[in-house]
Design a binder for this molecule. Structure first.
Ligand code: HEC
Ligand code: HEC
Length: 246
């Protein structure tokens, strides 16, 4: 068990060597992944009656190449009702670049009409997606180390609250939206959204010809923070494995 972990960390250090901003820790230091966080939870600001809602954004939705034109999320129920927020494709790309996003929710599904504003920090989502599984909250506001972030992502992870505000046009939330069970099985776009950031574009991927089992083992073992991909179904992983066949 211990040696498996050491091996994973050694591989991890090789991978990041080119984009390294911080050293890879001393040999003796191991920061065992304690928690498997697969999504970010963001809260609305309170309205006049002083209640808030939370919305869960799966990591698999946050990427440089979102598969959908619009993402909608229904909030948790609070004060007997819920709201929907919508994030456009470009806004999702902006979040993935660490930008901040200000959104207004739909009206509630019951009760007195009102909306909530959501202020989402892309830098926090990036931290949760790429760092949380190894560091819990310990390295918030620190320089990123494990992924090839661009400079805006790096700055946003260090200081999520001062990142620029997205000015991309908003998507209109549908108050009747309910989470659909339709999930993408397009291996090419799933790879672009979930793997390319760490393993390079599909055509030159460092993980060509890997099997679904090899991918699942890495997710279970949290190689390089891959536990954040725990939301991908077997069918989606198979689609990715198929796209990786050369
Ligand atoms: C695969 C697990 C893993 C992931 C993912 C990961 N780290 Fe680390 N990180 C480590 C280990 C192990 C060390 C060395 C031991 C330590 O200092 O905790 C380390 C060290 C660090 C250090 C230097 C130590 C210090 O206290 O200054 C910083 C800063 C850091 N990580 C930030 C991040 C950030 C930010 C992210 C996300 C972009 C991230 N790490 C992702 C495992 C990981
Ligand atoms: C946050 C960075 C990150 C993401 C995202 C990521 N990986 Fe990994 N992955 C790693 C690191 C680091 C390792 C360990 C070093 C290595 O093997 O390259 C690893 C290991 C693996 C391995 C096992 C090692 C091997 O070569 O057999 C496979 C397979 C793999 N990744 C496939 C994928 C696939 C497919 C995706 C997308 C579904 C993905 N990874 C997403 C960082 C990542």
């Amino acid at each position: 068990m211990m040696s498996n972990l050491k091996m994973a960390l050694a591989g991890f250090c090789v991978l990041v060597a080119s984009a390294l901003q911080f050293g890879c820790g001393n040999e003796g230091e191991t920061n065992v992944p304690a928690i498997k966080l697969t999504a970010s939870v963001v809260a609305s600001s309170a309205d006049v009656t002083d209640h808030v809602h939370t919305v869960t954004i799966p990591f698999t939705d946050i990427s440089a190449a979102p598969a959908s034109d619009v993402y909608q999320f229904r909030s948790e129920v609070s004060s007997g009702h819920s709201h929907v927020i919508a994030i456009s494709k470009q806004q999702m790309i902006d979040l993935n670049n660490g930008m901040r996003l200000a959104l207004t929710s739909s009206t509630p599904n019951s009760g007195t009409s009102h909306t909530h504003s959501w202020s989402i920090q892309g830098g926090s989502l990036l931290y949760e997606k790429n760092c949380y599984n190894c560091h819990s909250n310990d390295k918030r506001n620190h320089s990123p180390m494990n992924v090839s972030f661009n400079s805006s992502q790096t700055m946003a992870v260090i200081n999520p609250g001062t990142a620029p505000l997205s000015t991309s046009s908003a998507a209109i939330p549908d108050p009747n939206y309910s989470a659909s069970t339709v999930v993408s099985l397009d291996g090419t776009s799933l790879y672009a959204a979930n793997c390319a950031g760490c393993h390079g574009v599909l055509a030159t991927s460092t993980k060509q010809n890997k099997t679904i089992n090899q991918i699942k083992t890495s997710i279970t073992g949290n190689s390089g923070g891959m536990a954040s991909l725990g939301g991908l179904s077997d069918a989606q992983l198979q689609a990715i494995a198929t796209a990786l066949i050369k």
